[in-house]
Design a protein around this ligand. Structure first.
Ligand code: GLU
Length: 448
């Protein structure tokens, strides 16, 4: 049995109840064969066995009192996956679907994503099964304070720096940071990123994931002689990431024709632009989680219970919502529809393995999320740098760094794919490029 097959089998045996985590482990490890099969240093040093096992995982009780005075209990998680190249870094997700499998999948992806940014950040992730939907401000604050009352022991500017993710935005980060500061008794701004501008946040962080994804797309387009201008995009979601993507695509002369929610998708042939982009922010703030509100307000087509994949004619499909939103049947529909030959993944692991395999076998280029969406965490790392030097950079400075980082990420995954003889396979290229740096650091640091 090969080294990769053995580690996959052992990981499956140890974590039988963690499907999302196993999905990403299989995907990443299978593409590392090209490196680990030809160099036995990795097997000798147990690099793969170590990389699939988090350095530390904590699960904790989060008790809080709701507006009716009743005690509610949620479960909190933080997985500190890898500190080989820097302090753990990764967001917090508050969503009912959160469990250990989801947090480990996100944390594992984060190791390679953070490595691709070229910045000194390790991989981590956390969150809770708390549902912010329908909760009052007071309830969200009490929940965040309780969550931080346990989490604070594990984080810090040089240890672990959490940030936002689904369900955790500016409001939640504010409450989390306020409680962290009280518990620490000192102002350690670099212990959380995504902070407000008045207390240590970075300009450009809110837009970073979406803008970064579009900068990455521009780089890829340059390599195939295409331009954002005049290109039509079908995207999913209507959260922070979709909002940033829409803003930047419009700015560069492209058109976004769909957005989606858990209830369905809307098709806006005139493009999601102008006040419609601002309305996405309002829809999110309402916590209704319904994209139908967009259709009602702007009188556009609404398709209940459906996703846009293969149902609309667009040059590019760009999932921006959540994991596993493109299944085998969606991939088949994309292939039948035939207009788009490019899938740019923005949300973390939006495509099932069956979906990715089908698309790639049939000549569709897949740009993987761990490269495309790395702009968010990259600007978080720039926020940590600003906090460490007690300075704030201008919006232009941050944007320039972000552009440069996204350009480098594209170049490095392109070159990695090429140097291992799989030209144009960006999924493999991203895993190889992300892994190489982490593995070198692990080899240098001995068995730890
Ligand atoms: N949650 C985002 C991600 O998946 C951002 C993490 C961060 O800023 O640390 O990369």
């Amino acid at each position: 049995m090969s080294y990769v097959d053995r580690v996959i089998a052992e990981t499956e045996a140890k974590n039988p109840d963690q499907p999302e985590f196993l999905q990403t482990v299989r995907e990443v490890l299978n593409s590392l064969r090209l490196i680990v099969d030809e160099d036995d240093r990795y097997e000798k040093a147990g690099i793969l066995e170590r990389i699939v096992e988090p350095e530390k995982s904590v699960i904790f009780r989060v008790p809080w009192v709701d507006d009716q005075g009743r005690v509610q209990v949620n479960r909190g998680f933080r997985v500190q996956f890898s500190s080989s190249i820097g302090p753990y870094k990764g967001g917090l997700r508050f969503q009912p679907s959160v469990n250990m499998s989801v947090i480990k999948f996100l944390g594992f992806e984060q190791i390679f994503k953070n490595s691709l940014t070229g910045l000194p950040i390790g991989g981590g992730k956390g969150g809770s099964d708390f549902d912010p939907k329908g909760k009052s401000d007071g309830e969200v604050m009490r929940f965040c304070q309780s969550f931080m009352t346990e989490l604070y022991r594990y984080i810090g500017p040089d240890t672990d720096c959490p940030a936002g993710d689904i369900g955790v935005g500016a409001r939640e980060i504010g409450y989390l940071y306020g409680q962290y500061k009280r518990l620490c008794g000192s102002y350690k701004a670099g212990a959380l990123s995504g902070k407000g501008l008045s207390y240590g946040g970075s300009l450009g962080r809110t837009e970073a994931t979406g803008y970064g994804a579009v900068y990455f797309t521009e780089e890829y387009f340059k390599s195939i002689g295409k331009k954002i201008e005049g290109t039509t995009f079908a995207i999913s979601g209507f959260g922070n990431v979709s909002w940033g993507v829409c803003k930047k695509i419009n700015e560069l002369g492209g058109k976004v024709v769909t957005v989606s929610g858990p209830d369905g998708y809307v098709y806006d042939k005139d493009g999601v632009a102008g006040e419609k982009v601002d309305y996405l922010v309002e829809m999110r703030a309402s916590c209704r989680d319904l994209v139908k509100d967009y259709a009602d307000k702007f009188h556009v087509e609404y398709h209940a219970g459906e996703k846009p994949w293969g149902r609309v004619n667009a040059d590019i499909y760009m999932p921006c919502a959540t994991q596993n939103e493109i299944h085998g049947e969606d991939a088949r529909r994309i292939l039948e529809e035939g207009a788009s030959r490019i899938l740019i993944e923005v949300s973390n692991m939006p495509t099932t393995q069956e979906g990715v395999d089908l698309l790639m076998k049939n000549g569709v280029t897949v740009l993987p999320s761990k490269a495309v969406n790395a702009g968010g965490v990259a600007v978080s790392s720039l926020e940590m740098s600003q906090n460490a030097e007690h300075l704030s950079w201008t919006a232009e400075e941050v944007d320039e760094h972000l552009r440069g980082i996204m350009k480098n990420i594209f170049q490095s995954i392109h070159n990695a794919a090429e140097s291992y003889g799989c030209f144009g396979n960006y999924v493999v290229g991203a895993n190889l490029a992300g892994f190489r740096k982490v593995a070198e650091a692990m080899l240098a640091q001995g068995v730890c």
